[in-house]
Design a protein around this ligand. Structure first.
Ligand SMILES: NC(=O)C1=CN([C@@H]2O[C@H](COP(=O)(O)OP(=O)(O)OC[C@H]3O[C@@H](n4cnc5c(N)ncnc54)[C@H](O)[C@@H]3O)[C@@H](O)[C@H]2O)C=CC1
Ligand SMILES: NCC(=O)COP(=O)(O)O
Length: 328
């Protein structure tokens, strides 16, 4: 029998975190796709909670067909036995092997999309591997020069110009070329992946009060406004630069379909306040579909069965919707 459903690869993430137990919950629903979890099959089986115990964990082989009540795991072995809540640099290569296998499978067409459970960025670095996040890692693995992180939840879409870098490095990273590429990717993917014909983008300033006319910083005048003017001339609907402290007030949000924040902690705290536990992180601009949870490894909850699968479910649903729309 041939697998007629698209396969969505789900990486289990940091083995000491909540990812492995959350992934198991996916097999309790019919998604209209075949979820295949990438991770250590024995570890995932050991983390099944009371609800999942009726599931059969099976090692997935390419070509095998999904079955109700079966959790298919593409087995990638741990380097060292893992205890919930205790990260171990010895397993960092195992975590990256999941990402590599999922990415390669998406690039080859074996998988229709990938959904990622959280990784622990610090422990990967402690293993001697420079790693700032899935976003940057997947860009490099797929040979994509520029990608955009966007989180979706609580009625908001928040994209970022810069992602995982020290705050002191942010101003220099916001160049006209980076901002223009980011806006083009965001505009294109809001159309292709979210079905918005004429997306309206609210662009935050970098400085307090969007620079207060140049008295509190000049990035708005020197960089942001000229880029917005150029792209508006092409027909893009861009508002800004808007003061970041008021871009999220309801009557401003009504004027846009997405907010573009200049840096991680300018945009994400608002999004997470509005939707933590149900939000989705999507990487725009990749040649593959990748969605992810809005939370981290929650080492404090690993192995307790108390972690909320809502964000992973939302990430899976968004991947399914995009695949269904045929605009991967
Ligand atoms: N997509 C990814 O791979 C992400 C990875 N991280 C990584 O996660 C690690 C820990 O980050 P933190 O800042 O501590 O954030 P965190 O999201 O892991 O934890 C923050 C708080 O939220 C709770 N929480 C998180 N997920 C939950 C869930 N599903 N259900 C119920 N409660 C939940 C935790 O128990 C904790 O109290 C870091 O190494 C960070 O780099 C963080 C965000 C995203
Ligand atoms: N705050 C978002 C986050 O850290 C997730 O990043 P990534 O691993 O998806 O690049």
């Amino acid at each position: 029998m041939v697998d007629s459903q698209p396969i969505v690869a789900v990486t289990a993430g940091e083995p000491a975190g909540i990812g492995p137990e959350l992934c198991a919950h996916l097999a309790l629903r019919d998604w209209g796709v075949h979820p295949v979890v990438l991770g250590d099959a024995g570890l995932i089986e050991s983390r099944l909670g009371p609800l999942d115990r009726k599931l059969r964990v099976r090692e997935w082989q390419p070509g095998s067909v999904g079955e109700a009540g079966t959790l298919d795991v593409l087995h990638l072995p741990l380097a060292r036995a893992c205890h919930p809540g205790r990260v171990d640099a010895a397993n960092a290569a195992h975590v990256l092997a999941m990402l590599d296998r999922a990415t390669d499978g998406c690039m080859s067409g074996e998988f229709a999309a990938m959904v990622t459970a959280p990784v622990h960025k610090a422990v990967i670095n402690e293993a001697g591997i420079a790693f700032s996040g899935h976003t940057e890692y997947l860009a490099e693995r797929t040979g994509t020069p520029r990608v955009v992180m966007m989180l979706v939840g609580g009625g908001l879409r928040v994209a970022l110009v810069t992602t995982h870098l020290p705050l002191s490095a942010v101003p220099a990273a916001i160049t006209p070329a980076v901002l223009e590429d980011t806006l083009r990717i965001l505009h294109r993917d809001l159309r292709a992946r979210f079905g918005l014909e004429e997306p309206r983008i609210l662009v935050a300033g970098l400085n307090p009060h969007a620079g207060e006319g140049g008295h509190m910083g000049r990035e708005e005048i020197d960089i942001i406004e000229p880029v917005l003017a150029r792209l508006r001339a092409e027909g893009m609907q861009l508002h800004g630069p808007l003061p970041a402290d008021t871009v999220f007030v309801p009557h401003t949000l009504e004027r846009g379909d997405a907010v573009l924040a200049m840096y991680h902690d300018q945009g994400l705290p608002v999004l997470k306040y509005a939707s933590f536990g149900g939000g989705v992180n999507i990487t725009l601009g990749l040649p593959i579909v990748r969605t992810s949870v809005d939370h981290g490894t929650a080492l404090d909850l690993a192995g307790t069965g108390r972690a909320d699968p809502g964000s992973l479910f939302a990430a899976m649903q968004l991947a399914v919707d995009i695949v269904g729309r045929g605009h991967g």
